[in-house]
Design a protein around this ligand. Structure first.
Ligand code: CUA
Length: 351
């Protein structure tokens, strides 16, 4: 008995550890610790549903075990058939009504929450952001603020922010578990959702619809900041100057190389682009959503993006076909890109 208890205790410790580990790889990548309206509402429905399921499971198992014990074959009664019950109206009404009641208990809050999350009434005076899913990254456009960026979605805390979502290739799914539920991002019809974050912080997001080789690497984040920080970020992004000339000669050479080899797909500033917009790239914390933000990683990414994110759109870049960017060139480009910082471009506005 004691041995069994020990085993059970070890097993539950192990499960707990797994749960903790799975949640701590990337902070906040969990729906069980909600930090926004959508996630909180969803968790409410999850808890109600799980509670109903546990009650059903326990009751059914109890009856099952009771029946097994009471009606098991006893010695000397091998050929006995117990009394059979059929057409019992009361019993049939009871086991029809109970599931209906349980389904109502689940359905009412589920439908209410679904309608709450579909609310679009305050769209006019809210922040609207156009989200585009692409293999395997996210483009964010703030049309009223005239800002375009990628991978990091900045929003102010405590405000409803509306997302209008489209894909430019296959179906993706936008999911920031700590803030809200999943929403399909389709090529044809625009889907909308809103997010409202309760706490400042960086919330990790995942693409939740299989979309190709690097589906699992289609990470992004929502950066929730105070209203003042948000206003500052907007100002910094609006001040992005594509003509900005860095101080060092290598970075200047990097800029020229970037304009030759990269600018046909990428963009800096409020310009539409096929590839990720790199405005204030130096201020970001990740490269391509999944790589450490260092010069070394950036050089490797420029020279061999297939090794980091298989199947991504950059693999078609002409410079990779004709090997026109050497390692030395890539280092210069990286140096230039890492200097694309609000504080470098416009020292006065960054404070
Ligand atoms: Cu995009 Cu999976």
């Amino acid at each position: 008995m004691k041995e069994w208890m020990g085993k059970i205790r070890n097993l539950s410790l192990f499960t707990l550890m797994l749960l903790l580990l799975s949640a701590c790889g990337k902070d906040n990548l969990t729906a069980l610790v909600p930090k926004g309206y959508g996630a909180e509402e969803s968790l409410r429905v999850i808890i109600i549903t799980i509670t109903v399921m546990i009650v059903v499971f326990v009751v059914v198992m109890a009856i099952f075990v009771y029946v097994l014990m009471k009606f098991r074959q006893k010695k000397g009664q091998e050929n006995m058939i117990p009394k059979q019950t059929e057409g019992n109206k009361t019993l049939e009404i009871v086991w029809t009504v109970i599931p209906i009641l349980l389904l109502i208990i689940i359905a009412v809050p589920t439908i209410a929450v679904t309608y709450n999350l579909a609310d679009e009434t305050e769209k006019e005076d809210s922040i609207n952001i156009n989200v585009t899913g692409k293999q395997f990254w996210w483009h964010f456009e703030y049309p009223e603020e005239e800002i375009q960026t990628s991978q990091d979605l900045y929003i102010p805390v405590g405000q409803k922010v509306y997302l209008n979502m489209l894909s430019s290739d296959v179906i993706h799914s936008f999911w920031v578990p700590a803030l809200s539920g999943k929403m399909d991002v389709n090529p044809d019809n625009e889907n909308t959702m809103f997010i409202e974050a309760y706490e400042e912080g960086v919330y990790w997001g995942k693409c939740a619809e299989f979309c190709g080789d690097s589906h699992s690497l289609m990470d992004f984040k929502i950066v929730v900041v105070s209203q003042e920080e948000y206003d500052q970020w907007v100002a910094d992004m609006q001040n992005v100057d594509p003509e900005f000339v860095p101080e060092s000669t290598t970075a200047q050479e990097g800029k020229a190389l970037f304009e030759d080899s990269c600018l046909s797909c990428h963009a800096v500033g409020n310009t539409p682009s096929v590839g990720p917009n790199l405005s204030n790239f130096g201020d970001r914390t990740m490269i391509a959503g999944v790589l450490e933000h260092s010069e070394e990683e950036l050089v490797e990414w420029i020279l061999d993006p297939a090794s980091k994110k298989p199947g991504n759109g950059m693999l078609d870049a002409p410079y990779l076909q004709d090997d026109s960017v050497s390692e030395e060139d890539a280092e210069k480009i990286a140096e230039y890109l890492l200097q694309l910082k609000a504080s470098e471009i416009n020292p006065d506005s960054a404070e």
